[in-house]
Design a binder for this molecule. Sequence first.
Ligand code: IMP
Ligand code: MG
Length: 178
Amino acid sequence: MNKVKVLDRNFTVSIKEAEILKRVAEIGAQISRDTEGKKPLFLAVLNGSFMFASDLMKTITTPCEISFVKLASYEGTNSSGNVKQLIGLNESLRGRCVVIVEDIIDSGLTMQELLKLLKEYEPSEVRIASLLVKPANLQVNLTVDYTCFEIPNDFIIGYGLDYDGEARNLRDIYTVCD
Ligand code: IMP
Ligand code: MG
C-alpha cells in the first residue's frame, strides 16, 4: 500500500515500517547504553507517540519504567490566555532520569512547554527521544538527544500520527502529496 487517501488528502509512503523498526532499535540500543543503571522513566506523550513508545520499549535492555502523559491546554488567567497542564503523571520524578518519548518535533514549542513543566518535578536529568524532527521548522533552541528521522517540512501521517484523528493505525509513515 504505497498510496492512501485520508479524508480529503492523498498521501504517499515515505518511511516503511521495516526502516522505522530498524532505526528505533538503533536508538533503543543507544538509550540503553546511555541510561544503564539509572532506571530511566520513559514519559510517552500521548496520543501520537503510542506506537513509537511501544516499539522503543521492546528494545530497551536496562531496567526501566514507562508512564503516559498528555499536555492539555485550558483557558488560564495569564496574558496569553492559553496555559498548558501536564496530566496523567502519577510517579515522582524527583532525582530520576527521565526520557521524553515524542512522535514529532515541529516548531518545538510543545516540547519547550513540556520541559518547563517537567522541571518543576525536579528530575535529575531529562533526555528527549523523538521519532521525527522537522529541523527547518524549529523555532526554539532544543537539544534532541535521540532522533530517529529528520524529515522535510511536509505534513505526515501514520505510525501513530494523525490527520484530524485518523490514520494513526497505519504501519508506515506517509507524506501528503496533494
Ligand atoms: P510543535 O509544538 O510545533 O513542535 O508541534 C508538535 C505537535 O504537532 C506534534 O506532537 C503533533 O501532534 C503535531 N504535528 C506536527 N507536525 C505534524 C505532522 O506532520 N503530522 C501530524 N502531526 C503533526
Ligand atoms: Mg505529539
